[in-house]
Ligand binder design. Structure first.
Ligand SMILES: Nc1ncnc2c1ncn2[C@@H]1O[C@H](COP(=O)(O)OP(=O)(O)O)[C@@H](O)[C@H]1O
Ligand SMILES: [Mg+2]
Length: 235
């Protein structure tokens, strides 16, 4: 099977600041996890894929099409859902409004996500339909951000540090939801600093060090290699 997403040797700047200095990765089935310490370029890599901070060189292929330099709306429409770091909900919108406004049917995916199906995946949100998104607990906000991305019916879901700042119970809920999604055939590209979460979900991993992808491997191989993990991540 060919990979759904292939990032090849991208280089990305913020103005004159040279941040991604050669990143490559591919996403096939299941969950690909991007690991790396703070400031290594993980979020910039996700922003590059989404077209928010396009790379100056290199290529990004998604679902057989070259999306390098395409506009963010185009990339989202092609089927990439984005759950940004820090969640970014709209204070003026209720839970239900977030889902209704973002709901979009896709021609490609067979099992369509609707607001109602998402309330089944995240029952916590079902009882909170009328509440403003920003008045939810951290865990509920994370679920709503995931639901908002899923209701666009993507074929790939990007999650940037979904466990950040959450209680252990809320982290477990997020991990369970990710597992459910993987079982439905959803592909995940997950950024994590929480190594336990990464270990529980990842099929393959990509490690970033100073804006470079220095290690792409099978997750089981990587997590067995304590010395390598210590060298690249310090954990
Ligand atoms: N908007 C920006 N303008 C300039 N530099 C930025 C911007 N966002 C991030 N950076 C810098 O790019 C580098 C990578 O940041 P980021 O991609 O957020 O890393 P990570 O997600 O791995 O913590 C850091 O040195 C950070 O300071
Ligand atoms: Mg980040």
């Amino acid at each position: 099977m060919t990979d759904l997403l292939t990032v090849h040797d991208i280089h990305t700047y913020y103005g004159s600041s040279y941040v991604l200095q050669g990143c490559s990765l591919s996403v096939g089935d299941g969950c690909t996890c991007v690991l790396g310490r703070n400031g290594m370029g993980k979020t910039t890599l996700m922003r590059s894929i989404m077209g928010l901070t396009p790379p100056r060189s290199g290529s990004i292929l998604f679902d057989g099409a070259d999306i390098t330099g395409a506009r963010p709306e185009m990339i989202a429409r092609r089927g990439i859902g984005y759950v940004p770091q820090g969640r970014r909900l709209f204070p003026s919108l209720s839970v239900h409004e977030h889902l209704v406004l973002f709901h979009r049917r896709s021609g490609t995916s067979t099992a369509q996500w609707t607001p109602e199906r998402l309330y089944e995946l995240f029952p916590e949100l079902a009882g909170r339909r009328k509440v403003s998104g920003t008045r939810l607990s951290g865990g509920e906000q994370q679920m709503l951000t995931m639901a908002r991305a899923l209701v666009t019916n993507p074929s790939l879901l990007i999650l940037d540090e979904p466990s950040e700042g959450l209680s252990p119970v809320a982290v477990d809920r997020v991990v369970d939801a990710c597992r459910n999604l993987i079982e439905t055939g959803m592909r995940l590209l997950l950024v994590e600093q929480n190594i336990t979460v990464a270990r529980r979900l990842a099929d393959s991993i990509c490690v970033l060090v100073s804006g470079r992808s220095v290690h792409n491997a099978d997750a089981s191989v990587f997590f067995e290699d304590t010395a390598l993990r210590q060298e690249l991540l310090g954990v």
